[in-house]
Ligand binder design. Sequence first.
Ligand SMILES: [Zn+2]
Length: 358
Amino acid sequence: MTVSWWCADVATSSLPFPSLLYFLSMHPEQSQHHEIEPHLLAAFISTFILRQDAYARQQVDGTYVAVRKPLTSALLEQHFNGRVTLGTYALDAMSMARWICLDADTDTQAIRLLEMTERITEAGIPFYRERSRRGFHLWFFFQQPLTGILARRFIQQLLVEHGVDAKQCGDKPLEIYPRQVQLVGDGLGSLVRLPLGVHRKTGKIYPFVDQNDKPLANTPRELLPIVSKPDYVPLPSLLAVISRSSQPVVEQPTPAFRTNPLANLKDRQPSERILAAISTLDFVREYVALDAYHRGHCPFHDDEHKSFNVVESGNYWNCFAGCGGGNLIHFWSKWRAEHGQDGSFVDTVRDLLHILNI
Ligand SMILES: [Zn+2]
């Protein structure tokens, strides 16, 4: 009997799962073997999981909720046996990355990235392709943790050199995880579905595949050792690509803001002048499309719902999915960090004074 487990739909509605084919190989002598060997679990953790003080849990609609509790091996076991599905954060608490994941979820993005993979294979840069709900994830692994800034510079330069415009790839931007170069405040940043888990919306486990779209292993169990100890981007290649990149430039569609004359009171603190100059709503709406209720798609996470809103009476914005909130200075700090620039308070305020021309 051959079972392609990733094709076999798992009834997500009928939890708990029957002791599933997922984690069992087709060999009868192993079929009682539910537990994962500790060394494999450790390798998987060190490859994919950057923080153990928090995790994300996928819900049936495919979205995630952040859980600020330790990620235990028992939970991971549940992820592997399909009882829960975890998301993994792309930056650790120090804003370091250990992998990059590109999310190709349109045909155009998939085609462009597949073209790129052919060429980077020749250049000796290893990557892993994991099928996903709408396309695939393209993973690059680093042997040593890398700052979010350098990790994103590496991938952005690689994309540029292979003709992929991440900002306008098909009809939407290509998502790069980590989406931020650094975490702001106590935010957790962006996340990706942790491999080998059941997608709660489709009920499928997605395999890692080769260039012919053939799974790298016959079962998730057999795939685990392969993805847990992946080939890393060689350090010389990594550094060479980064060294060819120019400093990231934040694109600033600088609208002509109408500011309140009070903002020109030079004896006030710069941050006070900024907040006096313009409301959070009037500033933010230049960057985020807001409806009549001042709601919109959050610019800080992959938002299928309108999780983002601005509360006019309170002069603040908020993302219900956990990206945070605050006034327009917080917004711009986060925006800058998302676009590859320094999100520190000092730099953000200086930039705002310039943008608002006050
Ligand atoms: Zn958000």
